[in-house]
Design a protein around this ligand. Structure first.
Ligand code: ZN
Ligand code: ZN
Length: 113
């Protein structure tokens, strides 16, 4: 069994090194997670996750979203709009600003002005 809490501190999700000098050291996040293998067995991995793996994925395009750039209905609709507490109409929850529909974007830019 591989060690995740010693050099090169492979990310518990993607296994890219997160040690000093790897480029992923600064933003790595300590985490413990159960990794499930294709055969259904699990192992507990205690170590770090790299920034890319911790970034949420856009529910529309599937690409990761940088920290603080994720947009949810909570941010698009004002809190006296019932949609404030719901998913977007297509079931998405977290999306890029450029993945908002024109209608959602109109609400969103209206709010930030
Ligand atoms: Zn990773
Ligand atoms: Zn997107």
């Amino acid at each position: 069994m591989k060690k995740y809490n010693e050099r090169p501190y492979p990310c518990v999700f993607c296994e890219h090194p997160t040690e000093i000098g790897s480029g992923k050291f600064v933003n790595r996040i300590p985490i413990g997670t159960y990794h499930e293998f294709d055969d259904g067995t699990e192992e507990f991995r205690d170590g770090y996750a790299c920034e890319e793996c911790m970034a949420p994925e856009c529910d529309r395009c599937g690409n990761s979203i940088a920290l603080d750039e994720d947009i949810s209905p909570f941010l698009v609709y004002s809190d006296n709009d019932s949609r404030h507490f719901e998913l977007f109409e297509d079931g998405a929850l977290i999306v890029h600003e450029h993945c908002l529909t024109a209608d959602e974007l109109a609400h969103y830019s209206h709010r930030s002005n």
